[in-house]
Design a protein around this ligand. Structure first.
Ligand code: ADP
Length: 263
């Protein structure tokens, strides 16, 4: 098999300072292992607080694992130099839940999408402008959007801009952390359709963090179910939906409106 990401025995312990001076350990991610196959989508699901975001942050290199290994394209991320990590950051891009939080309100859409190209010193002003136009086309937004500002756009449009920016550096993997959770169901379906289209066109791999199994159904090839920091089951989306192996997963499935119809 061709895995773009291999996560092995990943563990994160947070040091919590309690009242007074006492410190205690909190095991947020406990010995989690799974893969993301190239060109496919793996969803990590679970209740709030189950450790999903902590996994995403470690994969994005925003948090250091306490132990375990994250291999990207066969390379152990824990062993990379600063310079190699900078290159790695180009290849793995995030999209977060709240486009308000992740788009600078003072930046025009042009500047927003151009920024990663500038940071990485890619192209001249003219070629960057062409690239921004091309990226807007990719996410089905008119070129004129580049003159606008985040607060002039709808939630779904802002998320399209966040996707365009994530694509600017031509990544191989996109980590979506509750990327569609703030959107209403109809807009959510449109953004998921866009992500599916981009995956087919560009061969992208997605690691998709969500608490919402209705979203999983629309986008994921494989599912990893987490509870209290541990992996409770994983497998093909169809199998997990048809025959969940744990009561916890069954309960998550029952929480989907019209969930039984989706199976
Ligand atoms: P999820 O994404 O599934 O909602 P998180 O990964 O955000 O869960 O959090 C998992 C657990 O780790 C939660 O109990 C959370 O309170 C705790 N946690 C997350 N980040 C920190 C941190 N920086 N310090 C201490 N505890 C944290």
């Amino acid at each position: 098999t061709d895995n773009v990401l291999e996560i092995e025995n990943l563990t994160k312990v947070f040091k919590i300072r309690e009242k007074g001076l006492k410190k205690s350990d909190f095991l947020a991610v406990d010995d989690v292992s799974f893969n993301v196959r190239r060109g496919t989508t793996t969803a990590v699901v679970g209740e709030s607080g189950s450790g999903k975001s902590t996994v995403a942050k470690m994969v994005l290199n925003l948090l250091e694992p306490t132990s375990g290994t994250i291999r990207f394209d066969g390379e152990d991320m824990g062993r990379l130099s600063e310079k190699e990590l900078f290159r790695f950051r180009r290849r793995v891009q995030p999209i977060f839940q709240d486009p308000y939080g992740s788009l600078d309100p003072m930046y025009s859409i042009f500047r927003t999408i151009e920024q990663p190209l500038k940071i990485h010193g890619i192209g001249d002003a003219r070629s960057r402008q062409n690239k921004v136009k091309e990226l807007l086309e990719h996410v089905s937004m008119p070129a004129s959007t580049m003159h606008r500002f985040p607060n002039e756009l709808s939630g779904g449009q802002r998320q399209r801009i966040a996707i365009a920016r994530a694509l600017a550096l031509e990544p191989e993997v996109i980590i979506c952390d509750e990327a569609v959770s703030a959107l209403d169901v109809l807009v959510q379906a449109q953004v998921l359709e866009l992500l599916n289209k981009l995956q087919a066109e560009l061969g992208l791999s997605y690691l998709f963090i969500t608490h919402d199994l209705a979203v999983v159904r629309q986008i994921a090839d494989d599912v990893v179910v987490m509870k209290d920091g541990q992996l409770v089951e994983s497998g093909k989306t169809d199998d997990i939906f048809a025959t969940p192996q744990t009561e916890y997963t069954s309960n998550l499935l029952d929480a989907i409106p019209g969930g039984q119809l989706l199976v």
